[in-house]
Design a protein around this ligand. Structure first.
Ligand SMILES: Nc1ncnc2c1ncn2[C@@H]1O[C@H](COP(=O)(O)OP(=O)(O)OP(=O)(O)O)[C@@H](O)[C@H]1O
Length: 504
């Protein structure tokens, strides 16, 4: 028996026609009724008659009548399920639930599809309209060379202000010097440019991948990496440009990488005011060191969790690829070696592009016998299985563990000491505890041993061989749940600093 119908005045129910629902708005929640009592009970529509009485005047009810024909999807669903048994209905619910779990499991088939088929074209259209994709050689003045990899050369540079209407070279000469870094430029105009090498095998492909990863991350996890401004192809050849050569451009995020800060004897205290906006008062220096180290690791692992959630493994996590911004944020750069294992982008079986000092013992992000990826939609559909079976994200987590050891143990910071560590840990079968008992370098474990050795415990769970089923090392999400990060003194100081910065 339809409870609601029994409460309705006869004139009210008689106005309802077949397939109509009357929606009665109670102050707390909406309720529904129909002119067909069995229809409602059959379909388990919830009825709340308790608070409706006061609203059952003829006028209100009539204005609330909604035809089910307006919801063809719902009608269809009701029609289809009407003839099903309870068992069959449960079957459908289970199937729907499992499909949902599969499509949303890491690395996110559903979100990935939305990104590829909706967000990426939207971003392209928006960038074209706003002129962001129309960068050209003459928009930039190239400055000092900052680094050179196998496939690219990195320069600092300046985005020439829009109101400068003269030829760029002339503009630079007028200012007196030929180097962008020596110009009086606003920091928002500072950029980083990567020239993709011309005529080097694989360089062009590398540049395309790096561009793709930067666009993808600018949509999926923009806070984790340097802001990508776009790319251009040089239209003429001169001292710096080669016609046809591709350039990638980022916002200049900061003067120094974590590796640069680590070279300083004062590390990690040289990062204290950058990260916390001030010197931490009333805290001893060893506690301050420990808080800074924890904040660095929290930021790195949080970024890794975000990129891993999108299916991307960076594959080159190291202090030189972590830029520290003026606001104390640590951003990942250099996605040239990254791979997107949701669709198999930049994944070539048996290819390893790594820095041996930070590379895990397994060397490859997936087992060597993993075949080349199938076409993207199929790869994407299968990707949750691949991630469950292989946990490729743990590749980056080993590198993060090495970074933790290096920043926490002063005698491991130099490249030579790190090489020596790598030899020793290999001889110890990648068991960090065994290494600690046997190493000849007399490390200082003070920072890792503070807070009941939580930092040390975390390090042993990152710097390790993979166990059975290719697990046995903490994922980024699991690492952030480790007791080391639970006491958030570093986080409190960082949040306070953010608040005071935004108040200025
Ligand atoms: N967005 C950025 N903001 C500030 N500095 C940056 C940025 N991107 C890169 N750099 C600087 O440029 C250097 C080289 O960049 P990157 O690592 O991407 O290039 P690379 O070709 O791989 O060079 P390398 O092999 O030397 O690392 C970095 O170490 C960093 O100092």
């Amino acid at each position: 028996m339809n409870v609601m119908a029994s409460l309705l005045p006869p004139t009210a129910t008689s106005t309802l026609q077949h397939n109509q629902l009357a929606i009665c708005f109670s102050p707390s929640r909406p309720t529904t009724t129909s002119n067909n009592a069995s229809f409602l009970t059959n379909h388990r529509l919830k009825i709340n008659s308790v608070k409706c009485n006061a609203f059952f005047d003829q006028g209100l009810l009539e204005s609330s009548v909604v035809s089910l024909d307006q919801f063809p999807g719902l009608m269809q669903f009701l029609r289809v399920t009407e003839s099903l048994t309870d068992m069959q209905r449960w079957g459908y619910v289970m199937f729907g639930g499992l499909t949902w779990i599969y499509l949303t499991a890491r690395p996110g088939v559903l979100v990935g599809a939305i990104d590829a088929y909706l967000l990426a074209p939207l971003q392209l259209g928006f960038d074209n309209l706003s002129g962001r994709r129309n960068l050209k050689r003459s928009d930039f003045v190239i400055g000092d060379k900052l680094g050179e990899g196998s496939f690219g050369v990195v320069y600092s540079g300046v985005l020439v202000p829009k109101n400068v209407n003269v030829d760029v070279e002339e503009w630079v000469q007028k200012r007196g010097r030929g180097k962008a870094t020596q110009l009086d430029v606003k920091s928002k105009d500072k950029v980083i440019l990567k020239k993709v090498k011309v005529g080097i095998r694989g360089a062009e492909e590398f540049g395309d991948f790096e561009e793709w990863f930067n666009y993808r991350l600018s949509r999926a996890a923009p806070e984790t990496c340097a802001e990508f401004l776009g790319s251009f192809v040089a239209d003429k050849t001169n001292s710096q440009f080669t016609k046809g050569g591709k350039w990638l451009v980022w916002k200049f995020e900061g003067d120094r990488t974590l590796a640069d800060y680590m070279k300083d004897r004062n590390f990690p205290l040289n990062l204290e005011s950058v990260m916390f906006g001030r010197v931490l008062q009333g805290v001893g220096s060893s506690k301050r060191n420990a808080l800074i180290i924890k904040q660095i690791m929290r930021q790195i692992i949080t970024s890794l969790r975000k990129i891993h959630n999108t299916g991307i493994v960076h594959r080159d996590v190291k202090p030189a690829n972590l830029v520290v911004t003026k606001q104390g944020q640590i951003k990942l750069i250099d996605f040239g070696a990254a791979t997107d294992l949701r669709i198999g982008k930049n994944y070539v079986p048996n290819r390893t592009l790594l820095d041996p000092d930070y590379c895990p013992p397994e060397l490859y992000v997936l087992p060597e016998e993993t075949p080349s990826p199938p076409p993207e939609p199929i790869a994407a559909f299968l990707s949750p299985i691949l991630w469950q079976l292989n946990s490729p994200d743990l590749f980056d987590m080993y590198s993060a563990g090495i970074v933790l050891l290096q920043i926490a143990i002063p005698t491991l910071r130099s490249p030579a000491a790190l090489k020596n560590f790598n030899l020793e840990i290999k001889n110890c079968g990648y068991e960090l505890k065994k290494w600690r008992d046997n190493t000849r370098i007399k490390p200082d474990f003070q920072i890792l041993d503070s807070e009941n050795g939580r930092g040390w415990d975390l390090a042993t769970k990152l710097v390790s061989e993979r166990g059975s089923l290719r697990r046995g090392r903490l994922s980024a999400a699991a690492a952030l749940r480790h007791p080391y990060f639970l006491l958030g003194g570093d986080q409190a100081a960082a949040v306070l600093s953010k608040i005071s910065r935004s108040g200025k």
